[in-house]
Design a binder for this molecule. Structure first.
Ligand SMILES: [Mn+2]
Length: 295
């Protein structure tokens, strides 16, 4: 029977978010991946599904890439599939895909990116996994999506599971870091939550990954071992999250955009749960740059 390991956003990086105190954040990332790797070695696991945002930026540093390839991609025995998250490409544009680490990995490792550009869908003995096309099949359709799907309407921009139109029997989603699970008219919605806690607001959240059996719609949430609350610095709640700021700037700075930069920054800030303080600081710095160019 098909059995998948389902993992939420990874956000791998060698720089710890400023609210975290990990002495070696890359080692923290590797520790989490090792727990996934060990679970994937169970004999009945058919595939490993990653729900996007593999890295914190479209082009992570080489130490991050090397760790991910040698400690994880090369060691996992089953097929690995992912979808494109908003952190995986620049300006949310698939046109920038060729400049990203995801493109490098799907060209050189066993990682397969399920996307209309590359692989419309994948067939397993009982299950098909797809992202945006309805495959001609009688298998159990499982949709992978990187959208702000939530149990109920949480804030502007979130999509309650009951409003989501899909042909799938099971929708597994990333992007919304707290995660959720819900059944709507017999369809299962499952988001195991992000693997790494990147914001101090998440310090009390227990990260999980899931083992899903599509045929029975059964799943098990497995706890990821964490180091505890000492991982976070409570003082950091009152300071600007420098890493979020860098990420927010990096996602836009290389692209030509025709819309107002203010509205785009607001949007990316909201979508990524950046604090208002970070958003305002990004706008201030962008305006300062603009003033400098003008003078
Ligand atoms: Mn994310």
């Amino acid at each position: 029977m098909d059995k998948f390991i389902v993992v939420g956003d990874l956000h791998l990086s060698n720089k710890a978010p400023s609210s975290r105190t990990d002495p070696n954040f890359l080692a923290t990332c590797q520790n989490k991946l090792t727990q996934i790797l060990e679970a994937s070695q169970q004999p009945d696991i058919t595939a490993l599904l990653l729900l996007g945002d593999l890295f914190n930026s479209p082009c992570p540093s080489y130490p991050v890439l090397i760790m991910f390839i040698t400690s994880f991609l090369q060691k996992v025995g089953c097929p690995i599939y992912t979808i494109v998250g908003n952190h995986d490409v620049f300006s949310r544009s698939m046109k920038t895909m060729e400049r990203t680490a995801l493109f490098l990995l799907q060209s050189t490792t066993k990682l397969t990116v399920i996307s209309p550009m590359f692989t419309p869908y994948v067939l397993f003995p009982e299950t098909c996994i797809y992202i945006s096309e309805k495959p001609e099949t009688d298998k159990i359709p499982v949709e992978m999506v990187h959208e702000l799907l939530t149990e109920e309407l949480e804030f502007a921009g979130t999509i309650p599971a009951s409003d989501y139109r899909t042909e799938a029997e099971i929708v597994i989603s990333g992007h919304y870091h707290p995660g959720f699970k819900k059944e709507v008219n017999g369809k299962l919605f499952l988001n195991p939550g992000s693997l790494l806690r990147t914001n101090i607001s998440e310090q009390d959240r227990q990260p999980y990954f899931a083992i899903l059996t599509p045929k029975t719609k059964e799943y098990e949430l497995i706890e990821i071992h964490v180091l505890g609350e000492s991982t976070f610095n409570p003082q950091a709640a009152n300071v600007i999250d420098v890493e979020s700021l860098r990420t927010c700037l990096a996602l836009f700075s290389r692209e030509q955009v025709s819309l107002s930069i203010e509205s785009l920054v607001q949007e990316v800030g909201l979508q990524n749960n950046f604090s208002n303080q970070v958003i305002q600081e990004v706008l201030k710095r962008l305006n300062a740059d603009r003033d400098q160019v003008a003078t």
